[in-house]
Each structure stands twice: as structure tokens, then as C-alpha cells.
Design a protein around this ligand. Sequence first.
Ligand code: GLU
Length: 294
Amino acid sequence: MTAFDNQRSVFRFAPSPNGRLHLGHALSALLNQDMANASGGRLLLRIEDIDLSRCTPEFEAAIFEDLDWLGVSWEKPARRQSEHLDEYRQALQRLIDLGLAYPAFMSRGEVKAFVSKAEQQGRPWPCDPDGAPIYPPLDRLRSAAERERLLSDHHRHAWRLDIGKATAELGRRLTWAETGDGPKGSIAARPEDWGDIVLWRSDAPSSYHLSVTLDDALQGVTHVVRGLDLFHATAVHRLLQELLGLPAPAYHHHRLILGTDGRKLSKSAGDTALAALRAQGLTSADVRRLVGLA
Ligand code: GLU
């Protein structure tokens, strides 16, 4: 370690082990590595395995294997989110103590029924940037006594962020620094477009937003390089950073690799899986070309 180490840029590749890596992941991993190398920075690997119902050790082992084949090397050991649930729990508790998180009791089915009823009554229900309906306000409006009663009756619940209260208490607009393939420069964050996001799920510990924000800070990540599908989610991450007193990294959201149907690749897209390409005799140099990297 030199005295300059803490000034080096820190990049991370953060796949979820819930399927095989495909060409979209290859672009992300290779771009992270190229950018880390170009700036003399470090590359970390984070295994985003909080959803234990979908993540498996076999898929995790396959990630290591695919990255090795691609020629991507990262600092060992990788960070596994499932080993850090206490840290996410503490962050959730801080947001509860700040009065910014509330228990949310509606199931997916109940939300769906609420939304279709509203729409039948001629009230089009707003959606978040991913197209999911904004969480209805019923749980947010419950009295403290009612919340206590439901919690002590052990009703199944998630925890959600009161986004209106959080942005109002912050009292200023947030921005992030963006250098990616979409809009660039200083981007105005609009966390309110997401409604009351989930901080802690009822069926899995923590949430993507809470754990990714905390991990980037705890791992000292200075540059987040990931797909444009997460561009709008950055607004939520910026808000959580401010609420929890965490530093803001720079962001680079890269173009997505689309399938022949013009849609984003999914983990079940067998023929673009790196393992399938490897079995067909392709090399990592071929993959670089396929994803448009020199
Ligand atoms: N785990 C996420 C995924 O596999 C990526 C999260 C991120 O890069 O912020 O899509």
C-alpha cells in the first residue's frame, strides 16, 4: 500500500447470481475493467445475492468462471451482500429513527387491486420509471397507534421510504455527475418519480436500493459504471446517500446490449449467455468485439 492508495479511483461490477452472465454483463464488466485500468484505479466485485430465493451458489461460481474467461480480474475477496445484512438493517433503523420509513402492509395483489379500482373510477394511477404502479398512500397515512397494532399483530410487512417527507426535509434538489451514453453532465435527480420505494422487503432482507447505496459507500466506490436501465434509479441512490450522510460517486450508465427482438437481454436469454458463446468456441476477444469494445 502506498500513501496514494486512498486517492485511487474505485470501480465495481455488481452482478446478481440469479442466472448466467450474458453479453450485457460482459460489456459492463469489461468497461469497468477498462476504465479502472485507464485511471490506474481498482476494480471490486460485489455479489448481489440478497434475494436468496433466486440466487444460488452455482450461479455465483459461474460468475467467477465467466469473468475469468473474459479476462476480468478483481480484488479478492468479492463482497457478498448476504454477509452484510446487519449493516443494511442499521441503515434502515436510522431511516426509521429519522421518521422517514414506515411499515407497508399491502401485498402485490392488494396494490394491483387498489390500482385497478382507482382506474375503473377514472383515476389513472401513476407509474414509476420502470413502469410499476406507485405504492398507494394508505400505509403512509396510518396513525402511529394503528401501525403499532398491526406490527404487534405480526402482519407481514415491508419498510418503505416516505419519499415526499424525505425530499421535503432535505429541502434542496440533488444532482449527480454523469459521463455515460445517455444524458451527460450534471443530472437533476427526481427521486419523487419513484414514489415510496422499498427499503426492506417482506420476502427478502433489504432492498436493491438500500444495499447498493450502502455498499458503494462502504466499499469506497468512486465510479459506478452500469447499464442505462439503472439511470433513473440513481435519483433514489442520491437521495439515500444524502439521508444517510454517504458520499456520492460519479456515474457512467452505458448503452444496453439488446437482443434480436430489440429488448434488453435477460438472464434466461440462453444464446447470449457467455457460457453458450464459450461452448461455441468464441474467445474473450470475440466477446469484446461483439459488445462493441475495441
Ligand atoms: N445487481 C444489479 C444487476 O445485476 C446491478 C446493480 C448495480 O450495478 O448498481 O442488475
